[in-house]
Ligand binder design. Structure first.
Ligand code: ADP
Ligand code: MG
Length: 702
């Protein structure tokens, strides 16, 4: 069938018309026949079974009943609110049908005392069964329609339901599309791939996704369509990566010279772990070619990313280039600056810090030195992105904790020079491989999957608030051994005032339980001035205080090796990745460290899973996988990037295996035919081009 027919505007489909067409466009993004075809059910229900009203017993699933409406009335509830109530009976009992909207439409179209098949969820209130906004079909029509034990249920919206575009209506439209197109659709995947993976053809897949003939065929249809979706995404990502490697020039760092070697031979404070060595090699290889590096460095908290960053920057310097390292917060930028200055002392290189609080005079010097090239390495916050900051020759840009920076910011750095700098994005939030593959397919990925030797795994326990006395006793013992303690309170923006009160109450009661002069306490929170925050952090870092009470401002990067206990208050209110980040503040020294998750007794199921996961494992990747399952990918990556994950049918969590397969096949195909120009790939290529035009969502940097 011709492609053009599929491009027909949806209002021309029989039974749609301008008004419904508008609705479909607005509510579901369905503009053309093609969009309707690709609008997939999100589940299937058994419509071969009919219930009798007397059989209803708190059945939570949806049921189908045959009966008649014998009475219709409007009932007021609350001020000005009305609901339309119908009494529905079969021979065995009666049931209330309720509508809260769309009354006129119902009144006009509903026939009294005529057999209907109703479908919906039944609720039981004080022994009275009712169904809200049921799907209704005249029994006579119902008998003529196709029924299968797997009837598709399409996603819907309130507006659609109120305007009478029910599931049944969508189903009818779908039948109409198949009728008009004769159900014949262009095959989008190469024949040999279909054979190799025993996939059903496109036409069969589309038919069975909408009108499953059997559970087996439905499964095949789902597999085929999921594979296809993921396969084309992978083709795009891999192609983009290949193009970048071939076309986007970078500065070739051909030498590993004096600075690097001097550091490696004379100033390395410890032996690098194998993982650090491996990653460093990957970075060196990337920067050594004349393609631009675009690499994501994943490493759990404490895995030692900082020294890798420094060594990469030394290579840049050996090749006559400047580097910058950008961190999301001032505290972190400060820490990086201190850490790197310490590591690089004796190297005789010029490293400076630029943040929002850098004084004007110092700032001027920095701007000058950056422009004349005498400043080798600049560490900073967003301040680095200002237009005034111009480099002599920026060769390497390192971004720490990437998920806090948006795409635009990355590209801003990119634009600072004619030939873009190599980019290294460092993150301590492990992203599950599947997600990384879909999101960052255009980045190469390095992983530090090993912690420096001698670290003892942090012991994590969950305690209820009622056990606080025991916990306090434990803290006192640890302090007596010379250790330091973090106590963290949640800070959630919507209830900032309440959280602030929690924090202050906590501070007061802890001050009472750990009184001066025996104990001393620091506190940092978001409402403090940066200078005060830093001063408090510094007191704690220098061991002048025993306890640090904080909100999550300490989440990222803070390094106090002598701190061995992390207490997280109201731990049920934190997300998994945040809990893991917070825990990563301890276990940085040689001592056994502990993380204590304090909660009330009231815990949701998800909270329980989060707490259990934390107690069970220290592995950031394992935790990230659980997090992905609990929250779904959109949430994890934040709004900004979640658009990327607008998948039609595949699910990154559930369809991991298919994703891996799709990636594997896409690579294989592109290896054989990088430009998709072989005759057998002609359709593939045109579909690919169409898709790329439409979903131009892979532009992170370019
Ligand atoms: P992160 O990956 O969280 O940024 P850091 O780079 O801050 O980790 O390193 C955490 C701590 O581990 C630092 O105190 C650092 O000096 C130390 N460290 C890093 N690499 C090694 C190593 N190979 N051997 C021993 N200690 C190391
Ligand atoms: Mg770090």
């Amino acid at each position: 069938m011709s492609v053009n027919l599929l491009q027909t505007p949806i209002e021309y489909l029989k039974g749609v018309g301008p008004q419904r067409g508008e609705l479909l466009r607005k509510e579901l993004g369905i503009h053309r026949y093609e969009d309707l075809l690709n609008f997939y059910p999100n589940r299937y229900i058994d419509r071969t079974r009919y219930y009798q009203i007397k059989e209803l017993n708190n059945n939570p699933a949806e049921v189908q009943i045959i009966g008649k409406v014998v009475h219709l009335k409007t009932v007021e509830f609350g001020k000005g609110k009305k609901r339309l109530v119908a009494v529905f009976t079969d021979n065995t009992g009666q049931l209330e049908l309720n509508w809260f909207q769309g009354h006129k439409w119902i009144r006009d179209s509903l026939k009294l005392n005529t057999p209907y098949v109703i479908f919906g969820k039944v609720t039981n209130f004080n022994g009275q069964y009712s169904m809200a906004h049921p799907e209704m079909e005249l029994y006579q029509e119902h008998q003529q329609s196709l029924r299968s034990s797997m009837q598709p249920v399409y996603p819907s919206t309130e507006t659609l339901t109120n305007r009478g575009v029910s599931n049944r209506v969508i189903n009818k439209m779908m039948q109409q599309v198949f009728l008009e197109t004769q159900g014949l659709f262009v095959e989008t995947l190469p024949q040999n791939l279909l054979e190799e993976l025993k996939m059903i053809p496109k036409s069969a897949a589309l038919f069975n996704i909408h009108f499953p003939k059997s559970p087996e065929l439905l499964a095949k249809a789902q597999f085929r369509l999921k594979f296809e979706e993921l396969f084309f995404i992978q083709l795009q990502l891999i192609t983009k990566n290949l193009v970048r490697k071939h076309k986007i020039k970078g500065h070739p760092f051909t030498v590993v010279g004096e600075h690097f070697n001097n550091f490696y031979k004379n100033h390395l404070p410890f032996e690098l772990t194998n993982a650090q060595k491996k990653v460093l090699k990957e970075i060196r290889n990337d920067m050594g070619t004349n393609a631009q590096m675009n690499r994501l460095l994943q490493g759990d908290v404490g895995s030692g990313k900082t020294i890798v960053a420094l060594m990469a920057m030394l290579i840049a310097l050996d090749n006559g280039f400047q580097s910058c390292l950008m961190a999301p917060t001032e505290i972190l930028a400060n820490q990086h600056f201190n850490g790197l200055t310490e590591l690089a002392k004796g190297l005789n290189i010029n490293i400076k810090l630029l943040t929002g609080s850098t004084k004007t005079a110092e700032r001027k010097i920095i701007h000058e030195e950056l422009e004349n090239g005498s400043l080798h390495i600049i560490i900073g916050t967003h301040a680095l992105l200002e237009d005034k900051v111009q480099f002599h020759n920026l060769g390497l840009a390192i971004i720490d904790e990437q998920h806090r920076f948006g795409v635009e910011q990355r590209s801003k750095l990119w634009q600072k020079n004619e030939i873009p700098p190599h980019i290294l994005v460092m993150t301590a939030t492990p992203i599950p491989r599947t997600l990384a593959m879909s999101l960052y397919g255009d980045l190469d990925i390095s992983v530090i999957d090993e912690l420096p030797p001698g670290r003892k795994p942090i012991q994590t326990v969950h305690r209820y608030d009622s056990n606080r006395l025991k916990v306090w006793k434990f803290i006192k013992d640890e302090i007596a051994k010379g250790r330091q303690i973090y106590i963290v309170y949640p800070l959630i923006q919507e209830s900032e005032t309440m959280d602030y009160k929690d924090l202050m109450d906590g501070y007061e009661s802890i001050s009472r339980d750990f009184p001066l002069p025996h104990y001393s306490i620091s506190m940092v929170h978001g409402k403090m001035k940066p200078a005060d925050k830093d001063a408090e952090m510094k007191r704690f870092a220098e061991g002048k205080t025993n306890i640090m009470i904080a909100t999550t401002v300490i989440e990222v990067g803070v390094n106090v090796p002598n701190a061995s206990v992390m207490i997280i208050e109201s731990a049920e209110r934190f997300g998994l990745s945040q809990l893991h980040q917070l825990r990563g503040r301890v276990g940085r020294g040689a001592e056994q460290s502990y993380c204590i998750l304090m909660t009330s007794f009231k815990l949701s199921n998800d909270s329980k899973i989060r707490l259990e996961t934390m107690c069970k494992t220290n592995d950031g990747f394992e935790i990230a996988e659980v997090d992905l399952k609990l929250r779904g990918p959109g949430d994890i990556m934040g709004k900004q990037q979640s658009g990327v994950l607008n998948l039609q049918i595949a699910d990154l969590v559930k369809d991991k295996e298919i994703l891996l397969l799709a990636r594997h096949e896409a690579m294989k195909l592109l290896k054989k035919d990088p430009s998709m120009s072989l005759p057998e790939h002609q359709t593939l290529r045109s579909v690919y081009i169409e898709l790329t035009k439409k979903k131009n969502i892979w532009n992170y940097i370019s």
